[in-house]
Ligand binder design. Structure first.
Ligand code: FE2
Length: 342
């Protein structure tokens, strides 16, 4: 998107900001909190509505893609009306922190609800939901048993059968960062070289298109976030996708790369007390489950109990922290570019 288009869309999004709890008398909402969200799920509104009902704090939601949210916050500077910033992906939230868009805040409650590996050591952001990067496999195209780990996708037997999403996707950047932390640069470089040599299709703009391609036998194996397949299986995207999703098998590596959506308090928040309340609510078991349940993500603790997700089997997160994923992001992007990841 060019910058003119971007600014038009953010103006639109500001005016499209949604207030919740209109059914309650207006004096019940003297207090409000403004959320800038890069989470693109309608179901989040239910959670905000519940929060408004319980606390009397109205939530104003402004949704946009992660990149345009960050650019908008930078543009607005100290005039920004944002109180809470929600973003998907480790690199996005840690880049927002590095850009000075978030303010540190710690509380006993947040320290208790959000496991250490899922929060910023400096307290600028906290994970709220989790997602697992899994393999989708077409059993008619490849030997499913030969794919257990991300590393297996570099095997020569999968020549011409691997589909990948474009390099600019933060999800894959975080996966490569994860492998850099666990396996080091030499092994990661070798893995990328082999896996990329197996790609013969153009790179995909999204995980859903990639899952469809695997289902249709265009390729044999790809990497996606688990919830896209679950949503397709549940019929969220319609009948056609539901049938397609039934044709793929999901392989959850053990241990698995886990990414998050996360939130923090905006640097220039004017409703800090309300922002703290909302952040603590979203990080609580009820809040996290409320966000993660309908989107088929996993909450911070435990796992999504939808049958479509349970089908993928249990997952064991690897030892890489979200902070590490952020720190290794630029190395990951460089290595992906050098290796020919398009
Ligand atoms: Fe996503």
């Amino acid at each position: 998107m060019n910058s003119i288009l971007r600014s038009i869309s953010s103006v639109f999004l500001l005016t499209a900001g949604i207030g919740f709890g209109a059914s309650l008398p207006s004096e019940a909402f003297e207090k409000e909190v403004r959320v800038y969200s890069g989470r693109h799920y309608n179901t989040d509104r239910k959670v905000f509505k519940k929060f408004a009902k319980e606390t009397g704090i109205r939530v104003r939601l402004i949704e946009a893609t992660g990149i345009s949210l960050i650019e908008r916050l930078k543009r607005e500077g100290s005039n920004s009306k944002a109180d809470i910033i929600l973003l998907v992906d480790a690199a996005r939230i840690s880049n927002a922190a590095k850009a000075g868009l978030l303010q540190p805040y710690r509380s006993a409650k947040l320290d208790k609800e959000v496991p250490k590996e899922y929060r910023d050591p400096l307290g600028r952001w906290y994970a709220l939901t989790r997602r697992v990067r899994v393999m989708v496999v077409n059993p008619a195209k490849v030997e499913v048993d030969n794919i257990r780990s991300y590393a297996d996708m570099a095997k020569p037997e999968f020549k011409g059968k691997v589909c990948l999403r474009k390099r600019n996707s933060p999800y894959n950047q975080s996966l490569v960062a994860d492998q850099l932390v666990i396996r080091g640069e030499v092994a990661t470089r070798k893995w990328l070289k082999g896996m990329i040599a197996n790609v013969s299709q153009p790179y995909f703009p999204g995980d859903i298109g990639l899952t469809r391609a695997v289902a249709n036998g265009v390729c044999g194996v790809g990497i996606v976030n688990h919830y896209y397949v679950a949503r397709m299986l549940a019929g969220v995207n319609g009948k056609k996708d539901k049938e397609l999703a039934k044709k793929v098998e999901v392989i959850t590596p053990n241990p698995a790369h886990v990414n998050v959506s996360a939130g923090g308090i905006a640097k220039y928040s004017q409703n800090k007390n309300e922002a703290i309340k909302l952040l603590e609510y979203l990080a609580s078991p009820n809040g996290s489950r409320g966000l993660a349940g309908p989107t088929f993500e996993h909450p911070l603790v435990g796992s999504n109990q939808a049958k479509e997700v349970r089908k993928f089997g249990p997952f064991k997160p690897d030892a890489v922290t979200i902070d590490q994923l952020g720190s290794f992001n630029s190395n990951a992007i460089k290595l992906m570019a050098k290796s020919g990841w398009q």
